[in-house]
Design a protein. Structure first.
Lengths: 259, 259
DNA sequence: ATTACACCTTTACGCTGCGTCAAGGTCAAG
DNA sequence: CTTGACCTTGACGCAGCGTAAAGGTGTAAT
């Protein structure tokens, strides 16, 4: 299948100017030009454009995209899987922002109050995430974890000790969960203690706590593979167990946990 | 509480240049300037900045943001609720993109194939959504629904008849759901027929069908208030009923379903 | 055969939302 | 009174295109 600029543009939902620009900077060159100089694109270019748009969607600049896909060791399927991971991460970031908006709403309605620094937590968490995603791996390798952690703590306006505390608590939640999970009973004392620790841990980053949000997050842990994998590490079915424990903890009716 | 540029910048996670720029274009002016010309911001400005960042996060340009928040009839809480809706919409858009990536992965693995126009569906759906969000209300009022629907069909590369078919099917799903819902039995023949229609409807916009994705979407209908409200219109608890019917339809083990 | 019209080309300037110097004033601490 | 971390107002630069301007091309209908 061959496409002229406009046909490909329509297909992909971009402007012809964009295609010409991509040609100009060498990001996406047409398969050939016909006798009158018309740009002709083939199916290889269609696939490449799709990839470019995937990465553009992630917020990468065209220069980075070029480097990524022109890399000789570029592994298509692996890149796609990474891409998927990042999209999932972005969804989690969105959930954070939504929580932030909801807190703001409830604050506006007088149901609670927000300190000034709480008002920006969602945005800053995003900065951290973007940083981590783009440079985390390289920099962690080069300068070690301490540098990164310090920067993260700074961005969250936490003191370093607070951040340490935060990370310690996180580990505690994980180990308690592993322990509790083996009993198999989400309403056991140990499991409830785990849920309580989890709430405490949450309070570090969430502006305001609500049972509903807590339960909702727990459900997300099960639905989102990355979270699930994280909590399943210590113990088989850990994410589900944690969710059930939190459901008991927050007092959700077991019959219809969601509404 | 009073802030200088840098203090506010740190608080909000933006640069001082950004704050000066916002002052320059009149988007966010300091509460006052001290005797040496230093910008001093108060708590009113903190709140305003938070709102600005909310809208910026949505991808609005600063000019639009200014118009929105300087509107004398600007209703803070209502805007926040709308904002929340839009974030939820974006999350749904993200889910679409994720589905698209997953299809691409499975296509790359040879498990299925994708037509050229399928490769861009996620991106274009986004264009439609953005259009709808930004101009939908105004334009629908001015030019009527037909104009919009036509444009949507075009963008999705559907023929107009196909799009009509799509919309008819959508209505059919809703009415069948209302009928089936009253029987109260998600495994009833009528309910299963509804699930089947729903699958058919999905196939219009989803590149590839999988039981897991179908079941996942059904759960999302329950979790996301906007979807829930949509499916609850015809019948009380419609979203949940549809989810349960789809779970039966896709043969998901009832144990791993949510409740 | 020409006219119409939708396509295509290159060249080039304009825009947003800042980043990034540059050149200089201010303020608190030592 | 010096140091250093603040602040100020310019002014230029940049990506990623949008948007004309001026002109060549393909083809269907007259």
């Amino acid at each position: 299948m061959e496409y002229t600029v406009q046909k490909l543009a329509k297909l992909a939902g971009v402007s012809t100017r964009t295609l010409r620009y991509y040609d100009e900077i060498g990001l996406l060159e047409p398969a050939r030009k016909n006798s009158s100089g018309y740009r002709i694109y083939g199916s290889k270019e269609v696939d490449k454009l799709q990839q470019i748009l995937f990465y553009r969607e992630l917020g990468l600049d065209l220069d980075s995209i070029q480097k990524i896909i022109s890399n000789p060791s570029f592994d298509g399927p692996a890149a796609l899987r990474m891409h998927r991971e990042k999209l999932l991460a972005r969804r989690r970031q969105l959930d954070l922002l939504i929580t932030n908006v909801e807190s703001t709403i409830s604050a506006a309605e007088g149901k609670s109050t927000m300190a000034d620094n709480e008002k920006f937590k969602g945005f800053k968490q995003k900065l951290i995430d973007e940083n981590e995603q783009q440079y985390g791996e390289e920099v962690r390798g080069k300068y070690g974890d301490a540098t990164i952690d310090k920067s993260n703590a700074k961005m969250l306006n936490m003191s370093e000790e607070k951040y340490e505390e935060f990370k310690t608590l996180e580990k505690e939640v994980l180990s308690k969960l592993a322990e509790a999970c083996e009993t198999g009973d989400p309403s056991s004392e140990l499991a409830q203690k785990t849920a309580d620790l989890h709430k405490e841990w949450l309070s570090f980053t969430w502006p305001t706590y609500s049972k509903e949000a807590h339960a909702g997050l727990a459900q997300m842990y099960v639905d989102d593979e990355r979270f699930a994998a994280y909590y399943d590490k210590g113990c088989e079915g850990g994410a589900k167990f944690l969710r059930d424990a939190i459901l008991v903890y927050t007092g959700a009716e077991p019959e219809s946990s969601i509404d």
